[in-house]
Each structure stands twice: as C-alpha cells, then as structure tokens.
Design a protein around this ligand. Structure first.
Ligand SMILES: NC(=O)CC[C@H](N)C(=O)O
Length: 461
C-alpha cells in the first residue's frame, strides 16, 4: 500500500474528500442488530484499488467491521458462477424492487425474490451455493469472499450472535420463501448461514479490492487470481447498478453512476468497470440504510474524477492511419515489407487501409467505413494493414472477417498485415503476437508470396 507521499495525488484526493465530509454527521448508526449500535460514528475510511492492484486510502481505512449486505453481490457472483444465469433466474429475479432492503416482498405467482440485493434474494442466493451441508456452504462462502478480498477473512462471532438473536424478520422471510417454494433448503439453517455471511469481518481496503475484482472482469488485481468468470462479473455489476442501492438505486445511478452496494454496518463499495474499485466506511445511515458520508463521498469522487458510468470515454485518436484508393501511394508511416512488396508489384491495383491501437466496436466501425470507401471498382487488391494494432476484441474481429468476406465476394483479393509490427513508431516489439490479427492474417494470406514472406501458413495459429 502506498503512503501518502508528495507524489501520491490519488491518496491526497481521497484525503481531501475525507476532510471535506468528516463534519457531515447526519444519519443514525444501525441498532436493530444490537452489536452494530456499538460502532464509532466517527470512523470514516476511504479506499481505491486500481486494475493493477495499486491500493490508495485515506482516513480510518484499517478499521474492521462486519460486511453485512456488501457481501450480497459477491455471494451472488459465487452462486452465479456455479449455476449460470438462467438457472439462477429461476430462483431469484433481476428486477429492482424499489423496496427497502428488508421488505417482505416476493414476486406474485412465483414467490421468487425480486433481486439478490434485498434480504430475501440474498438468503435464497446464499443457499443456492452448492454444498452438502450448511457448514460446507458457509465454508465455501467464506473462501469465496476471501478470494475477492485477496486474503483469508474471518467472522465477527459477536455480530453473528447478535443478529441471530434479533433476526426474526429475516427468519420470517426465509419461512415465507420456503412455503412459496423459492428457498430450497431448510429455512432455519438457511438464515444462520446468511447471518454468518453478513458477520464476515473486512476493512475498507478489502471492500475496494473486492469491487476492483468485479471491475477487472473477475480477476483479483492484487493476487492475480481469477475468482469468477468474466461474464459473471459483468452480470453482477449490472445487478449492482440497478438494485445495489435498494429503493435509492435510481437516484444513485443518476447522481453517482457506478454499480455499488451498501450495508447497514456502514460499508459501501462501488466499481468503475475496467478502471478501479472504491470503498468507503462510515456507520451512520440514511433512512434507506445506506451510509450518509459514504454516499456523499462517492458522489464527490464520481464528480471529481469523472467516474460516471454513462460518461463513456471518447474513442481514442485516429484509428485509421492510412486510407488510399488503388493507384495512390499510401503516405504517413513507413509501410511494412509485405505491403511494400505488393505495392511494388501491383501498385495501381492496390488499395490500403491501415489501422492502429485497440480495435473495439467503435474503432472497427471506422476501419469498415474506410474499407468501404476505398474498395476498388474493378477487381484488385485490398490491404488491411493491422501492423500497429494492439488488440482486436472478439466482436470487432467477427465484424472484420465479415467485411473481408464481402470484399472477396466482390472479386477482390485481400491481404491482412498482422498486428504487433509497430513499424514507424514505438509499440510492441517486432513480431509480437497480437491476439486476433495473426489468425486473421493467416486466414487472409491469399497471396502465396506474401504468405511466405510473412512466415504465415494457413494451417498454423
Ligand atoms: N442492508 C444490510 O446490510 C442488511 C444486512 C443485515 N444482515 C440484515 O439482514 O438485516
């Protein structure tokens, strides 16, 4: 973890938000679980964990507290990874209920809880984690939460006993679901497993690492370990975005714009997909059960650091670096050898489109537009030069393949220069593999000479 030194601008930013909001003393510490009432309302910690596992913090980020409802998305992820979305959806819905976290609300007809973020849905979800006994199930839950946090976690036994002694409302929910057929296991044990899950002890940095693990697509950025498959992480973030803040989820998404989950002990975690995980701890709660300071802190950070999910970064600079019709000499960076050979031999019949950087949907649209605009009228050559491309996302590759198939169907011959050659300017070392482009080049190495000179064979890759 980095110490707040003069160069640590990020921790300094967190410290500033901390200073700004420390005087905000609104809200009440939860007391319906008696042990939670003993929390110090002055405790206030902030943490941010990047995709590279760099950790930043401010305030009392090392204070430990019971995770409570912040556990819900992570246990949902564990169950989802085992069951898959369709089976999961038979038992727990994906719809924001607009209800309070502890509402006695089950879907009419099915008896299914609306979503896994309210207590009913979380009790059902925990008990969908496959196991032979409640003990084994809790062991799996604890291991899974630890994998998200990147360290072995333990249970605050006093908080567990306190909730178990006062948790009749959750018990009632479990019995209702059991009667409706939406809870598969014995209700008493089902609730105890859920209570133990809520009593797992974490600190603010743990919560930020957990959120960062979802933000990376399921790989813990500190340990490097994959915890859940990428589609599961994406689905969980979506449920957090729509249901994570209970009856305040809509306003939260508008104002803060991050998938998040709060808990009654004062924890709040939020993920910025593909960027970082954030967390905050401050026990006093607003009437919806979310921590007042933590909500304000995330709102502040989202604004300051431009984190709102709907504010997608503008696509990078020029994707298309050369776009020349047949007969024109492509200008700009030096052309790679394969392309030079072809231009020397067939110059007047060769159109060239060169691209660089990362090819996602937006970038590939630019490439396809360029291809369409230079495709020769009469049969000729079309060079798709991907030498300076760094990655091709799978949907972008499928689009490129479809476009190349159309180009050949129109009677042209195609030559794809594989990525990773970074001629002209720096970038990847010559010959480095760039996922997707080499296979494309092999598939489209139409010309024997060019195929040979680039060391490509159709059977390889
Ligand atoms: N919102 C919460 O954090 C609720 C969790 C708590 N254990 C309960 O079931 O009431």
């Amino acid at each position: 973890m980095i110490d707040t030194g003069p160069l640590d601008v990020i921790s300094a930013g967190l410290a500033e938000v901390h200073r700004l909001l420390l005087p905000l003393t609104d809200g009440e510490v939860a007391s319906y679980i008696p042990k939670l009432a003993l929390a110090d309302p002055q405790d206030f910690g902030l943490a941010l964990v990047s995709m590279d596992g760099h950790r930043y913090q401010a305030g009392r980020s090392a204070v430990r507290f019971s995770i409570q409802s912040v556990s819900k998305p992570f246990v949902y992820a564990l169950a989802l990874a085992e069951l898959g979305l369709d089976e999961m959806h038979r038992w727990v819905g994906n719809e924001p209920s607009g209800d309070a976290f502890n509402a006695i609300s089950l879907e009419r007809g099915t008896g299914r809880p609306a979503n896994p973020m309210i207590n009913a849905g979380a009790i059902a979800t925990t008990n969908l984690v496959p196991a032979g006994s409640p003990e084994e199930r809790f062991a799996r839950v604890l291991d899974g939460l630890g994998a998200f946090a990147g360290r072995r976690l333990d249970v605050d036994e006093e908080v567990y006993l306190s909730e178990s002694a006062s948790g009749d409302r959750n018990r009632a929910l479990a019995y209702l679901m059991h009667a409706a057929g939406s809870l598969r296991t014995e209700p008493r044990a089902a609730v105890e497993t859920y209570f133990r899950q809520c009593a797992v002890r974490v600190d603010t940095v743990d919560l930020a690492v957990m959120a960062a693990t979802l933000a990376t697509g399921g790989v813990n950025p500190v340990t490097g370990r994959r915890v859940v498959p990428e589609p599961v992480a994406v689905q969980v973030l979506a449920v957090m975005a729509t249901c994570g803040m209970y009856d305040a989820a809509g306003d939260w998404l508008v104002r803060v714009g991050l998938p998040a989950k709060s808990g009654v002990s004062g924890g709040l975690t939020a993920a910025s997909p593909g960027r970082f995980g954030l967390a905050c701890y401050s026990p006093p709660l607003d009437p919806t059960g979310s921590p007042v300071r933590a909500v304000a802190a995330l709102r502040e950070m989202s604004g300051r650091f431009g984190m709102h999910l709907m504010h997608a970064p503008a696509p990078g600079p020029d994707t298309v670096t050369a776009c020349t019709t047949a007969g024109q000499q492509p200008s700009g960076a030096a052309r790679p050898p394969r392309e030079r050979e072809l231009l020397a031999r067939e110059g007047s019949r060769v159109a060239v489109v060169a691209a660089r950087g990362e090819l996602d949907f937006t970038a590939v649209e630019r490439v396809l537009y360029a291809l369409a605009s230079v495709a020769p009228d009469r049969p000729g050559w079309l060079v798709l030069d991907l030498a300076e491309v760094l990655t091709v996302r799978p949907p972008a590759r499928a689009m490129l393949e479809a476009a190349l198939a159309r180009v050949t169907a129109a009677g042209h011959r195609v030559c794809v220069v594989p990525g990773g050659q970074a001629h002209g300017h720096g970038g990847l070392a010559a010959g480095a593999e760039v996922r997707g482009t080499r296979a494309l080049a092999v598939a489209w190495a139409e010309d024997e000479l060019l195929g040979e000179s680039a060391g490509l064979r159709k059977s390889t890759d």
